[in-house]
Design a protein around this ligand. Structure first.
Ligand SMILES: [Fe+2]
Ligand SMILES: [Fe+2]
Length: 192
């Protein structure tokens, strides 16, 4: 059985690295991820560990994230390179591996893909992706509907969340990451 850091250790480390607002969001993600994991038969311990660490790099300044990417040998794809808000998930997964000793690939992938999703997401990846969007601190039009769907159908709620995010990015005139499109297509194909 994989050994994970003790939760109080994770909590303290994350509290040190994040602003109070981001820390509160993370606590919301941990609680929501646990709830979803229990409901849909996903490993609760893995869900809580991934949730604690999902935004571990989010409050690092741009320059420091770039430095880490270089140090870790991470080369961003073209779209990620142009969207600084995507960097923290890639770097965060690497911090989880190197600094927190997480070697569970499923947990690392849940952190790595929590902003974009990807084709063929595991149950754990879906739980973290969704918990990040519907935790109690989130308020945006449609969040209640996502919370409602997440009580019945994990994959259906992930699909709806992907669609809402994709539409939002398009309305903002932003670049769509191909992983988000692939995640949506994959679920649609699976369900058709
Ligand atoms: Fe994030
Ligand atoms: Fe988050």
């Amino acid at each position: 059985m994989t050994v994970f850091p003790e939760e109080p250790v994770l909590e303290a480390a994350v509290r040190r690295r994040l602003s109070p607002g981001r820390f509160a969001h993370t606590v919301g993600v941990v609680e929501t991820a646990e709830e979803l994991a229990r409901r849909f038969g996903i490993d609760v311990r893995k869900a809580r560990v991934a949730a604690w660490l999902h935004d571990v790099a989010k409050d690092e300044p741009r320059e420091s994230l770039l430095k880490r990417a270089e140090e870790f040998g991470i080369v961003f794809d073209e779209i990620t390179a142009r969207q600084a808000e995507l960097w923290h998930s890639v770097i965060g997964a690497e911090i989880a591996r190197r600094e927190f000793g997480i070697d569970d690939e499923e947990v690392l992938a849940a952190i790595r893909y929590h902003t974009t999703g990807r084709a063929g997401m595991s149950g754990l990846e879906q739980v973290i992706f969704l918990a990040d969007i519907i935790e109690p601190g989130r308020e945006f039009p449609g969040v209640e509907e996502l919370r409602r769907r997440s009580r019945e159908d994990l994959e259906g709620a992930v699909l709806a969340a992907l669609e809402s995010t994709i539409c939002y990015v398009i309305r903002q005139g932003g670049l769509l990451h191909p992983d988000a499109v692939a995640a949506r297509n994959h679920i649609l194909l699976r369900r058709s």
